[in-house]
Design a protein around this ligand. Sequence first.
Ligand code: RIB
Length: 308
Amino acid sequence: MVSMTRPKIVVLGSFNADLVMYVDRLPAPGETISGRRFATGPGGKGSNQAVAAARLDGDVTFVGRVGIDSFANIGFELWQKEGVKSDYVSRDSARATGIASIAVEESGENIIMVALGANLAVTHGDIDAAAAVIERADVLMVQLETNLDAVEYALRAAKKAGVITILNPAPAVPLPAEMLALADFLTPNQTELQTLTGNQGLSVPDAARSLISSEKQTVVVTLGAQGAAWFRRAGQGSSSAYKVNVMDAVGAGDAFNAGLAVALAEGMELPEALAFAGAAAAVSVTRPGAAASMPYRNEVDELLQRRG
Ligand code: RIB
């Protein structure tokens, strides 16, 4: 049954100030090219997901760590404006706020380099401080731009409380099986899926199935323009992508994960939840920026209605 109250979502994750160069084409190694435009704006996979979940009508708390520099202020201003609760974002006097250096080419394709700084210093104490909020949440969502021990600690707290857990393994690193098992939903893209399975060149279904450790676990693989596919021990399915004009794909995965979190927290079944998540990602790629491009609920609902 679909719930009528705003779903409670906690996102543990990264905030980065994104320094974005818009170029005609991405440079080759050793090459210098001229940019068309430069912009600074809020990003970080965790914060992007928190902003998207709030725009999609979630009651969202963001847990993370930033520096005491002026880049951190971009984050606090954003969360206040977007209605994301930031009471559990700590400030670290010894480390800088995360930075992402991004290039986006004409086709919407991008490259991203991150210096994660304070994002990698989240303590168990930071998570303990938010324990009551995590335990009352419908969904806890995490990614991998935060130190892994903190990610695992938060997943354990959520699992113990019966909260739905989403692990978006981005950017991917090989993860221990015990950590993967803490995720009710694992949401790699194809590259991340290969990293998680040791780059053995397995097919998407074989790789996804090899990650599943219980009946309750679902692996959702995002496939870009091909949509998404899901795998459980008991079955599998897919969801096609929406046809939109791609302007900037930065943050598309974040919008997808936020859509999935909101949909699951609202009690949608998986096929419906994936359609909702796909629509959220589709809206995000039609405009530039990371946090700035995150979708609003009415836009997602309209896209879903148009498809019928
Ligand atoms: O997913 C997009 C995000 O990845 C950017 O906002 C950048 O900060 C990096 O974390």
